[in-house]
Design a binder for this molecule. Structure first.
Ligand code: FAD
Length: 520
């Protein structure tokens, strides 16, 4: 693991923190907080030293004068994953979480420093074996794979034991930091056991319900809440959407060096919460019933939300490969995104990246740079038809071999471990891992036939359904923004733009439909 970052606070930043915190001291040997604690204060060090130690006793990093402790769970409220042990007598400033949030809202440079450090520390923790959750269940168990994928999507550090738990019980067994055990938890139960995740009332009533917390949904949450609308965002998997899983977004305005998807969407979530937008996850929307005055959206776990306006921002999902046995390998040796954990896993192995678009190119380069032997398989005559020139050059530069006119006919391997593929041409190629970048399917199946869509399932809006407002669907008061919308350009910036713009149309709709007492 690369050492978690330890930047220093300037004297003026320490003074600002002292203004809202409490001066404390602690002798060497004292634990400031430990694995499994539900909460801990932000700690800024004046004198002395603190070691950060994992549950197995391995030291990860030390922080000294002007340094500070904490990672993402300070903001999210998640259970603590590491121990903080005083190694030299300590004088420090302790700040409770709510006060820290307020300071971050007011102090831009401090907020930048702390947020980016917390996010980098979380990324570093994710690669430490034995930190966070322990998930026990065999790779053939679908609930085990689902919880594992959910933990990864939510960037919760976790270790997976591919085994049947000794004491049996419903799969998987999930051991929380601190030792408590859950048998076969739902994703919601897991998040709430970790101390995160808003629990919705059986029925909620709001001005604006946003379904989906990708860039479009989060942008709408920021604008909706900051402009006074009672705004709720429900998300089925992990806040951040596709963008949250992107290693680096290079073309987002204002970030010339690029920005990681985690950081961009993490900041957006903080910003939305700052304006009092509520975010609830994991609550998947199951149906939409248009109503007079309020539309009703039913959610998993028997919840429902009656909203005066609804924004559909459910984005799109990766297409799967139409071959047998794919599910056996998904999540273990076949992936749909290439982040740091996958990069580490693949170093020194033969890896197939399937697809001819820019996402495939980016992943191939990222994996090759991490030491994998990468072959990019795509079905057209030339990559130039579908991939940007600069990426084609990068593929050459990092030694990625490219096979044109290649389609996969069969997968081989045992017990979830991919061993190779056979192409429709009959060629057999050995691969230990495979990454699929085959385009996207809109997340609209849950809508049944309530909202008009195009032939591919993307939602029609504006003039296409005779509505004046560009983002309004054929149901007045129901809007769509981002990748889920027919004709959208499938980019982060446009999703953000559409999400922000949708709020303007929501205001116009609310102005012409005053609240009807008792409606729904
Ligand atoms: C690996 C990768 C790299 C990328 N790189 C770039 C880049 O460099 N530059 C760029 O501009 N774009 C990039 N993109 C594209 C960009 O991320 C998307 O265009 C953007 O995320 C779309 O935002 P969205 O909010 O419309 O949808 P999404 O990001 O897809 O978010 C939709 C959210 O809705 C949730 N959802 C779906 N169904 C339901 C339901 N029924 N109930 C509740 N929630 C639901 C999903 O879980 C998801 O979180 C990349 C995408 C990927 C996958």
């Amino acid at each position: 693991m690369s050492a978690p970052p330890s930047p220093l606070l300037s004297p003026s930043q320490l003074a600002a923190i002292a203004g809202i915190g409490e001066e404390r001291s602690a002798p060497a040997g004292e634990l400031l907080y430990q694995v499994g604690d539900r909460t801990y204060p932000f700690v800024a060090i004046r004198e002395g030293e603190v070691a950060i130690i994992d549950a197995a006793g391995n030291e990860l990093v030390r922080h000294g004068p002007s340094g500070f402790l904490g990672e993402l769970n300070l903001l999210s409220g998640q259970t603590v994953f590491v121990n903080a042990l005083v190694t030299e007598p300590l004088k420090y400033i302790a700040v409770e979480r709510a006060k820290l949030r307020r300071l971050l809202d007011e102090d831009g440079p401090l907020s930048d420093l702390l947020l980016s450090t917390f996010i980098s520390r979380r990324e570093a923790l994710q690669s430490v074996e034995g930190v966070g959750l322990e998930i026990v269940g065999p790779r053939g168990s679908e609930p085990t794979m689902r919880i594992l994928e959910f933990a990864r999507a939510n960037r919760i550090p976790c270790t997976w034991q591919d085994a049947v738990p000794v004491d049996g019980g419903t799969l998987p067994l999930v051991r929380l930091p601190g030792g408590a055990e859950l048998h076969g938890p739902t994703a919601g139960q897991l998040l709430r056991a970790l101390g995160i995740g808003l629990e919705l009332a059986p029925r909620e009533e709001v001005d604006l319900l946003i379904v989906g917390a990708g860039p479009a949904g989060l942008a709408a949450a920021v604008y909706g809440a900051s402009e006074g609308l009672d705004t709720l965002v429900v998300e089925g998997t992990a806040l951040g959407g596709q963008a949250g899983s992107s290693r680096r977004i290079e073309n987002y305005l204002g970030f010339p060096a690029g920005i990681s998807g985690t950081e961009l969407t993490g900041r957006a979530v903080t910003q939305a919460r700052k304006f009092d937008a509520r975010t609830a996850t994991p609550y998947r929307a199951l149906s939409l019933e248009p109503g007079n005055g309020r539309h009703l959206v039913r959610l998993e776990e028997d919840r429902e939300v009656a909203a005066r306006a609804v924004l559909l921002a459910t984005g799109a999902q990766y297409r799967r490969l139409p071959v047998d046995r794919l599910a056996e390998f998904e999540g273990t040796t076949v992936f749909y995104a290439a982040g740091p954990p996958e990069g580490q896993l693949c170093a020194g192995h033969r890896v197939a990246v399937v697809g001819g678009g820019n996402s495939a190119g980016q992943a191939a380069v990222w994996l090759a740079r991490g030491g994998a032997l990468v072959t990019l398989l795509h079905r057209r005559d030339s990559l130039a038809e579908t991939m940007s020139d600069y990426l084609i050059h990068e593929l050459e530069r990092y030694g990625v071999s490219v096979r044109d006119r290649s389609e996969i006919a069969a997968l081989h391997g045992e017990e979830g471990c991919l061993a190779g593929v056979t192409l429709t041409s009959g060629d057999a190629l050995p691969f230990s891992f495979m990454f699929l970048f085959l385009g996207a399917h809109p997340c609209t199946d849950w809508l049944g036939d309530t909202v008009a869509r195009d032939a591919n399932g993307f939602i029609l809006t504006g003039p296409l359904v005779n509505m004046d407002n560009l983002l309004e669907t054929d149901i007045p008061g129901v809007f769509a923004a981002g990748d889920v919308r027919s004709g959208s350009s499938k980019r982060c910036a446009t999703a953000v733009g559409e999400g922000s713009m949708a709020v303007q149309f929501v205001h116009a709709h609310l102005a012409r439909t005053p609240t009807v007492q008792g409606a729904r």
